[in-house]
Design a protein around this ligand. Structure first.
Ligand code: PLP
Ligand code: COI
Length: 359
């Protein structure tokens, strides 16, 4: 089912960024955004693309008080042949609906949501940057906006999509990042909202993130919330280790975000003949492997972060260097293949990319 989308174009389009090497992440936004409202009586209605700008909200809106908000992160790429395409967009749409279910927000029609994303990206296609390593980041999000303070599942919501031309998420680019393993704060627990992509998970992660940054680390690696023993994920990415030739990645226990880059990397690695173990891995096991010289590579996976080598791990006063603080061979191969598929330089044998329009 497609939603009927009205389009109001801006009368004052912005200048496109002249220097794509300075894009950074999520600082610039395109000319338009998508909005659609939900009420119990009407369901989803009033789907509209409008000029990018502030969204007025009632001061009692649920999102302000109880954090009823979910989001997604995905990218539109300009392929080598000029086509603009999305990467596995249905995976993001399904995850958005899983997040909605967890927070009692209304779900979206999957095909209708894809049509919304395609319509907006086509309208903003000139904003998809051209340089290698860049893309148009799409941030779909949904929030509850009942105008009263009772704590209940919302009856009113808004779905929105904004777009931002981006370069690398980390200042390090593809160079190894330094990660601090957090032993005090936890991000999520089983039965909580860890598997959902909701704003509250990120709010809960900020204190440890700030502490890590002050100490010179790029991001936090979270441990499980009960025993504080098992590795879960990094602030904005899932994590993988090459230990003695095998790949180990934390299993999806409910407190870890089921990353689409993670899933794609696992599928690629298995197709290359690697054994990939999705299982619990304790920080002790990891450091024992490091001490025995068996921790060969470590990397994170995420839409914003792509495939990001981990060069140093810090835990309870000790620092471990991984792969001589250089990008490992397999990490590089994953990065090259994944971005190769996204940028149309490597054949997309799995049909992961979805063409939106000609560039
Ligand atoms: N884990 C967290 C906490 C994230 O924010 C992200 C980013 O979306 C990921 C993992 C990676 O997920 P994906 O590969 O779907 O972008
Ligand atoms: C993403 O990779 O899309 C993310 O959502 C990570 C982060 C910017 C929150």
């Amino acid at each position: 089912m497609k939603y009927s989308i009205s389009v109001t174009k801006t009368t004052s389009p912005k200048e496109k960024p002249a220097d794509e090497s300075k894009l950074g992440f999520g600082k610039l936004f395109t000319d338009h955004m998508f909005l659609m409202d939900y009420t119990q009586e009407k369901g989803w209605h009033d789907a509209r693309i409008v000029p990018f700008g502030p969204i007025p909200l009632h001061p009692a809106s649920t999102v302000f008080h109880y954090g009823v908000e979910i989001f997604e992160g995905m990218k539109a790429y300009r392929k080598a042949n000029g086509d603009i395409s999305l990467f596995r967009p249905m995976e993001n749409i399904k995850r958005l609906n899983n997040s909605a279910e967890r927070l009692c927000l209304p779900e979206l029609d999957e095909e209708g949501c894809l049509d919304i994303l395609m319509t907006l990206v086509e309208l903003e296609k000139d904003w998809v940057p051209h340089s290698e390593g860049t893309s148009l980041y799409l941030r779909p999000f949904m929030y509850g906006n009942d105008p009263h303070l009772g704590v209940h599942a919302v009856k009113n919501a808004t779905f929105a999509v904004i777009c931002s031309p981006v370069g690398a998420y980390y200042a390090e680019g593809i160079n190894p990042v330094k990660i601090a393993i957090e032993s005090q704060d936890v991000r999520a627990v089983r039965g909580g909202t860890g598997y959902a992509k909701c704003g509250g998970n990120y709010a809960a992660s900020l204190r440890a993130g700030e502490k890590a940054e002050k100490n010179g680390y790029t991001q936090v690696l979270w441990l499980d919330g009960v025993e504080r023993k098992y590795i879960e994920e990094v602030g904005a990415m899932n994590v993988m280790f090459k230990i003695d030739g095998k790949i180990v990645t934390p299993e999806l226990t409910g407190s870890v975000l089921p990353g689409i880059t993670r899933k794609s990397c696992v599928e690629l690695l298995r197709s290359w003949g690697y054994t990939v173990e999705e299982r619990l891995i304790s920080v002790d096991e990891l450091f024992e492997a490091a001490a025995n010289g068996k921790l060969e590579e470590a990397w994170g996976t995420g839409t914003a972060a792509v495939v990001s080598p981990i060069g140093q791990l810090f835990y309870k006063g000790e620092e471990y260097v991984v792969c001589d603080n250089k990008i490992g061979e397999l990490t590089q191969k994953l990065y090259d293949n994944l971005t190769g598929i996204q940028w149309g330089k490597v054949e997309d044998v799995n049909g992961w990319t979805v063409k939106v329009c000609n560039g």
